[in-house]
Write a protein of this length. Sequence first.
Length: 393
Amino acid sequence: MDNLILYVLIVGAIGIGWLLGRRDRAKTSEIVGPNYYQGLNYLLNEEPDRAVTTFIENLEVNSDTLETHLALGGLLRRRGELDKAVVVHENILAHAELSKEDMQGVQLELARDYLLAGLLDRAEELCVQLSQEPETGKSDSIRRESLKITLEIYEREKEWLQAIEVAKLLAVGGAVDHYEKAISHYYCELAEELLARSELSSARESVREAIGHDVNNPRTSLVRGRIDVEEGHYDHSIAALTRIRDQDPVYVPESLETLEDAFRLDQRPQEELRQYLTSCLDLTPSISIVLMLAKSIRDELGDEAVAKFIASHLKKNPSIRGLTQLIDLHIDNTHGVAKENLAILRSFAEALVADKPAYRCNGCGFEGKRMRWHCPVCKDWATIEPIFGLEGE
């Protein structure tokens, strides 16, 4: 009897499962329509135009098919088919009867399309609208994502004051250190723009604000040192620029040109400069620091002393830039075939580093020839540093 009851239950379960599966298949067929799989074939066969048309014409937009439409739009965006991604997301907004939160999610996807397509005004308009929605449930997440897109738009447009306001809103919800660092750099950007227009008082005020958001930002010391030189406060400039050693010594090379001017204009003894540079060299093996030290040594002790100094450094930290400088020192004191050979060696050394990047982002690996405080790839601040080694610093 027990076995019979068990047998009946098993057969019943199988029957119920078959009926439910048949109902679900019928429901799926009704939702997707007969051309759904044809649209998939177009997509797989690299025919996105026909795929988009098929999906839009044959796949009704509703809560059951929303994920399919969003997946299609996301796929097109990742493939760089931004115009088609826009068509898909705009079609959802035009025809769907969805919940408010689902509609906001679609608007956010459309804003991402606009951003990547360079339609910044449209992206900003959508994101500003979304950021003003009440902070409840899923809307809170959408609001925060819209603020992030808005922040990227303002960074691209160099609207630093607006970027500061948005970053402050984002800092309230978390990642405070990240956004405080960004705000510090926004104020530095403002300060550099004001400095370029010789609005020194306003530039100095922007630097103060930058320091207030990130006291360890070496860029604040660099900009402040330049402002002090412009105003003739050379001692203050030296004090600001030498602070970079304690903030982040890898950025000391960026300050050397201004620091040299400040020492010269303030008529400071070269020994003081050499002591500072030597202390920096103990922290970071920068060839730029070595070459400035070499210049100071050459002025006082001559070519032989500076050649020994550079050679000693190169034994510990080989550098092609250092090698070319060493060749220059010897080439002036040689003649005939030896001088010609040194010239050939120098040209080879220069060719080795001619197209090599000098800076690298430690976040995403982006490389470039010039210093950037804002990485154009990962969009982070102060992640790009000089490349150290044979072909770099």
